[in-house]
Write a protein that binds this ligand. Structure first.
Ligand code: MRU
Length: 355
């Protein structure tokens, strides 16, 4: 059974501290929105859908603690809570999507007692966590149809149970293929500088008994050239309306390598990762993280102190390099020009359900 990295118990949100895995399995408890914002910023919890669910609990805890006499006093305060949560990590659109969903819930119920809005926001956060795992299982069932028996699949970063409320997106497809008895195997890119592949993907897949081999990021091209990889599957942090996809830094390089070697390159993501407001990927905000992450690891100096460093956390893979986008609604395909616009468009409205 795959892990549920974010859970709700007795008024508290529990998160497994992903900075410590695989060495230590420690759970942190949060009961206020500032703590949740910090947990997202500091990567206690990470991965686009998991960040979205954490933000939903942030909204609920923030709403609970707002002292207001009526909705007119309450709502601006709720917006301030959302603003703080939104400022934590800019690339994953699921974060803004979850905040928008919470604010919309409050606006729609303007007029009912504030206590009921507060309770409704907590119920919504719990529902979003359950919904996310269900979506991933559906997505996995659709996606594994693309995976032939015996496939050797390369994945990057961690788009697993740890990056979601459970089961995973890219790893959800891998899990579904494995559960269907397809005898697949996985190459996990280590994913510098945070090593989500080495620390998290390897940990998850090993626990599930899925045959997995860890590789350095720069080994992918060599393995493809040797004919040892059949396809690549990754997750996504934000997908523009034409299919351009932001994901962990290094994803774009893999897509180019797939093109060179004639290999399918699949993206697996829930519909909530699609940002219909962006025509293409050129305006997706790319988070730049600290130089410390690159020059030091586990207290060890990896580079001279004076060196200039760039540390973009994500890159954008152009839609034309993507073979298919796997969602809970099915498999989306590009047109002849490599544009996903027509297959993405019908999903514009259901992305924010009425509740
Ligand atoms: O910096 P991270 O660890 O939050 O980055 C995570 C990724 O890039 C994942 O591939 C993406 O969020 C999809 S997770 C289902």
């Amino acid at each position: 059974m795959s892990i549920k990295p974010i859970q709700y118990h007795d008024g508290k949100c529990l998160m497994i501290d992903q900075r410590l895995l695989p060495g230590r399995e420690e759970w942190r408890e949060y009961d206020d929105y500032r703590g949740i914002a910090e947990a997202i910023r500091d990567m206690v919890i990470r991965g686009a859908p998991a960040i979205g669910v954490a933000a939903a609990f942030g909204v609920a805890f923030g709403a609970r603690d707002i002292e207001a006499a009526d909705f007119e006093e309450f709502y601006p305060e709720l917006e301030a809570v959302c603003q703080l949560l939104a400022s934590t990590r800019p690339t994953a659109v699921n974060l803004c999507w979850a905040l928008e969903r919470g604010k919309r819930f409050a606006r729609r119920h303007h007029g009912i007692p504030l206590g009921d809005i507060r309770k409704g926001l907590l119920d919504l956060a719990v529902k979003m966590a359950e919904e996310d795992e269900r979506i991933n299982r559906t997505l996995g069932r659709h996606g594994h149809r693309l995976i032939p028996p015996g496939a050797r699949i390369l994945t990057h970063c961690n788009a697993g149970a740890l990056a979601t409320a459970g089961y995973g997106t890219a790893l959800g497809v891998i899990r579904a293929a494995f559960e269907a008895g397809k005898k697949i195997s996985v190459f996990a890119d280590e994913t510098r500088p945070w090593l989500q592949g080495a620390r998290l993907t390897a940990w998850e897949l090993l626990r599930d008994g899925i045959p997995t081999t860890l590789i350095c990021d720069n080994a992918a091209g060599h393995l493809m050239a040797c004919g040892e990889v059949d396809c690549v599957i990754v997750g996504a942090d934000r997908i523009a309306a034409n299919g351009d996809t932001a994901n962990k830094i290094g994803t774009y390089t893999l897509a180019v390598l797939c093109k060179e070697h004639g290999l399918p390159f699949f993206v697996a993501a829930p519909l909530s990762t699609i940002d219909h407001s962006l025509a293409d990927g050129s305006s997706i905000p790319i988070e730049e993280r600290s130089r410390e992450e690159v020059i030091r690891h586990g207290g060890v100096e990896l580079a001279p102190a004076g060196i200039a460093v760039r540390n973009p956390a994500f890159d954008v893979t152009p839609a034309r390099l993507i073979s298919a986008i796997i969602t809970e609604a099915g498999i989306l395909r590009p047109d002849r020009q490599g544009d996903f616009g027509l297959s993405i468009k019908p999903f514009r409205n259901p992305s924010l359900p009425d509740e």
